[in-house]
Ligand binder design. Structure first.
Ligand code: SAM
Length: 292
């Protein structure tokens, strides 16, 4: 009887142990120079059962360069993600390790992967970042003006009026602005920038590639600078001095308010005074309260 019970418990214990879920690796790949793939990314791509790629042809070139033959290379992009997310999750739950890669750079930064990461998280599947290249961080790393805090907004809208509106709204914030632009719209965007601001702009073209170019000029002077409308672009706009001043004024006013009022009351007053959201002012009040 004792032996039978032990066998029974052993079976349950073993079957539980045997059922190990896989891991989802979110792997950054080069944005141009193949030497930018990290050693860890290479190890992961060599070890997983499935590579889920935005563009299997481009990823095949990368894998070919590494001399890697992955057991399964699946296409995972904008148009099949609804169907494929479930399929990939099932494979993770069945124990397969999967690496998700985009065409270039870091997945999820304007690239597919978000749904799969969310699904894995909800299902308790471990998700591991394999960091590396991204056009955003590459551009920030060579920006000659300060961008300690920055706001990344992906691509601006394609339509002219919407683009200008969105640019103006983004420039009203207190951080440097980072966005992508397509070569056929770069000239228009430079005109839009000139119309909206005089702040300095970094135009980073073809980062890590043969024709890498960095151009820095005040927005209103950029139009006169020759920028080849070919290749890939990231733009960074300097944080506005006027915004910085406004933020200094806001901090000062909030400090005074906090000497007489609770953070919540001070936030309410400051929101009216500076035409800001109450939640943002409440955050500021708490931050200043903590730093006192
Ligand atoms: N996930 C990617 C990343 O982390 O870099 C970004 C994907 S987004 C769809 C592609 C855009 O990134 C391009 O249209 C271009 O604006 C920018 N980009 C990508 N590679 C670049 C490079 N080498 N130089 C400049 N911009 C680049």
């Amino acid at each position: 009887m004792l032996v039978l019970t032990l066998i029974f418990w052993n079976r349950i214990f073993m079957s539980e142990r045997e059922h190990v879920v896989g891991t989802l690796y979110v792997v950054a790949t080069p944005i141009g120079h193949l030497g930018d793939l990290t050693r860890r990314a290479e190890d992961v791509l060599k070890a997983v059962q499935i590579v889920a790629a935005e563009d299997t042809r481009r990823t095949s070139v990368l894998l070919g360069h590494l001399g890697v033959r992955v057991p399964e290379l699946l296409s995972y992009h904008e148009h099949n993600k609804a169907k494929l997310t479930g399929v990939l999750l099932a494979r993770l739950l069945a124990g397969d390790d999967i690496a998700v890669v985009s065409d270039a750079g870091t997945p999820l930064i304007n690239d597919p992967g978000a749904e799969l990461v969310a699904a894995a998280h909800s299902a308790g599947v471990p998700t591991v970042p394999i960091p590396g290249a991204s056009a955003v961080t590459a551009a920030l790393s060579v920006c000659p003006f300060p961008c300690y805090t920055f706001r990344y907004i992906g691509f601006l809208p394609a339509k002219k009026s919407a683009r200008r509106k969105s640019l103006q709204a983004a420039l009203a914030g207190s951080d440097a602005l980072v966005f992508f632009e397509a070569p056929h719209r770069i000239a228009e965007t430079i005109k839009d920038l000139a119309a909206c601001t005089e702040r300095r702009v970094l135009v980073a073209r073809e980062l890590t590639k043969k024709f890498e170019t960095l151009t820095v000029a005040p927005a209103n002077e950029l139009d006169g600078v020759a920028i080849e409308p070919r290749g890939e672009f990231v733009l960074i706009v300097e944080a506005g001095k006027e915004v910085e001043q406004a933020s200094v004024d806001m901090d000062r006013a909030m400090r005074v308010l906090l000497t007489h009022l609770s953070p919540s009351q001070a936030a309410k007053c400051a929101a009216t005074l500076f035409e800001q959201k109450k939640s943002a002012m409440y955050e500021l009040a708490l931050r200043l309260n903590e730093s006192e």
